[in-house]
Design a protein around this ligand. Structure first.
Ligand code: CP
Length: 308
């Protein structure tokens, strides 16, 4: 099974993956060892920088007893001009499953069409980042006990941010009300807003972050994606536009979750780190159990009901 966008999963499949991830938590944190993927090889193909996605997939595979091949454009024959198609033919022979991050939107689907093994999209340009969405949903469930009918605010670079593209689709399917907060130049793409609304999602748009903090269950901050701007001067106009700090949360609901896919630049002031609102580091860790669940599912390996 490939995972290219969240449309590749039904709601029931997403919920089942979150439940698998919950059961795998002792393996993810190293208190249990369960070599379900012994003898399996993961190809980690990163053509763009990554800390969390690459390392959490690697941790997930290794904690389940599997092996990992790492390919980046530094140190591979991509630098010699090898095409993505040819690179994928090699991985098809060397690995049982592959994760791909690529700067070009659509590259993950292209890679999946080129090979037999399952392909997991770890971010394709400004397109989608569905494995991030799974860990985001898992984290929201940890915080609120449900992923249904929540009021979620997505903040920052909604134009280029692939995490918010995937997450907004998934949340809308679970009945969320979405508020998009961005400067005009970085608004959520019209086709996504249209799609969400046509599926019955309640969507609001504003540039005023502080005005919506008091009536939200989740605030999902994002970095302005400097690397996607065609013009550095345009980036400078919006760099650092949203920063949330602990004083801003004085009237926020006590269970408001502040999330961020990370890395952060200046979007979340460190004064929030020690508050109960800070979920972003737990969120990053949750990449391990959710990606374990996804690897097992994609490789057709069942997860035991009870794990000690
Ligand atoms: N959230 C996320 O995709 O982080 P990385 O870019 O470090 O993988």
């Amino acid at each position: 099974m490939d995972l290219i966008t969240m449309d590749d999963l039904t709601n029931d499949e997403s919920i089942s993956l979150l439940e698998d991830a919950r059961r795998l938590m002792p393996v993810a944190n190293g208190s249990a060892y369960l070599p379900l993927l012994e003898g399996k090889v993961l190809g980690n193909l990163f053509f763009e920088n990554s800390t969390r996605t690459r390392l959490s997939f690697e941790t997930a595979m290794k904690r389940l007893g599997g092996e990992v091949l790492n390919l980046s454009d530094v140190g591979s024959s991509v630098k010699k001009g090898e095409t993505l198609y040819d690179t994928m033919q090699m991985i098809d022979g060397y690995a049982d499953i592959a994760v791909i991050r690529h700067p070009r939107q659509g590259a993950a689907q292209y890679a999946a069409d080129a090979v037999e093994i399952p392909i997991l999209n770890a971010g394709d340009g400004a397109g989608n980042h569905p494995t991030q969405t799974l860990l985001d949903l898992f984290t929201i469930k940890q915080g609120h006990g449900t992923i249904r009918d929540l009021r979620v605010v997505l903040v920052g670079d909604l134009r280029y941010g692939r995490t918010v593209h995937s997450l907004s689709h998934a949340l809308s399917r679970f009945g969320a009300s979405l508020t998009f907060v961005s400067p005009e130049s970085l608004m959520m793409p019209e086709e996504i807003v249209r799609d969400l609304k046509s599926n019955g999602c309640d969507v609001a748009e504003t540039s005023d972050l502080l005005s919506v903090l008091g009536s939200s269950d989740v605030v999902y901050m994002t970095r302005i994606q400097r690397e996607r701007f065609p013009d550095e001067a345009e980036y400078e106009k919006v760099a650092g536009i949203y920063t949330i700090k602990s004083d801003d949360l004085a009237n926020a609901p006590s269970n408001l979750m502040i999330m961020h896919p990370l890395p952060r630049v200046s979007e979340i002031h460190p004064s929030i780190d020690s508050t109960s609102h800070a979920w972003y580091f737990r969120q990053a860790f949750n990449g391990v159990p959710t990606r374990m669940a996804l690897l097992c599912r994609s490789l057709g390996v069942p997860i035991p009901e009870v794990i000690n």
